[in-house]
Design a protein around this ligand. Sequence first.
Ligand SMILES: C[S@@+](CC[C@H](N)C(=O)[O-])C[C@H]1O[C@@H](n2cnc3c(N)ncnc32)[C@H](O)[C@@H]1O
Length: 287
Amino acid sequence: MCWQPMAAGDSHRVLHRPALFSVICLSLPFLKPFCEQITGNYVEPFAGSACLFFDMEPEGAILGDLNRELMCAMRAIRRDVYRVLECLRRLPRGKAAYYRIRAMKPDELSEPEIAARFLYLNRYCFNGLYRTNLAGGFNVPYGPPKKSSPHPEVDEDLIVSASRLLRRALLVNGDFEETLRHVEPGDFVYLDPPYATDEARVFREYVPGSFSTHDLARLSDALSRLDQIGAEFLISYCDSAEAEALLRKWNPVRIPTRRNIAGFVGHRRIAHELIATNSRKVVANAK
Ligand SMILES: C[S@@+](CC[C@H](N)C(=O)[O-])C[C@H]1O[C@@H](n2cnc3c(N)ncnc32)[C@H](O)[C@@H]1O
């Protein structure tokens, strides 16, 4: 190990805004120092809730994800956020309504309606989890935010400011390799793939066709290509034999993290992640 990331603090203190979608990335305090001096585009090919993007507010970005509804929601929020909010206000609250809205078919909805439904389900589902059945239907049970939650049920100001930030981004709905085709020298790429490992039961059931251990070789080639073209990357992965093999040549460091997107609260625990980078600046500063 030849470099040390900064110590983790309370991520809520470090985060200056809550994420648009209710996924809290507890590794953010470790990750932020890497992208504080970005000169090129910020690129995230496994974007999910893109917490780091929303927190860092880079001038230019490329966000990609395989999840069609997520990317459609981002597009609609970017294009016409007030129309999305109008649709969101019309959706009734409560358990029975939640299951009716969950059962709607996105293919039969307009883009703003898809975005409103996505935001609604993310806010009122159990633990802000995203999981689908094999046919791609969202299947997380009802679990509204606690009355004691410090965040409003639907934070319209946050959604409006997310819309402004998304206008700085190219949005790609597709596999990570498709997003990485847009990378240019000087760009900064943050990769946070689903944690595919044969070692343990780690949550990774995002969308059908989601990243698996069969994709590790493609990911490894992609990291080498990024390095060759002169882009900087940072990657996080669960601490596992797969990650050690994947990240061996990129200065991996083990950091603690708390998994908060697990099934039940009692199953949440401190786990470890490996983060790795090709940034010569970071490695040189630590020597
Ligand atoms: C660990 S999450 C990313 C979390 C993200 N860093 C955040 O701030 O929320 C992994 C994401 O990868 C997406 N994904 C899965 N397989 C993919 C693939 N082959 N190409 C691109 N995205 C993929 C999932 O839909 C999911 O949103």
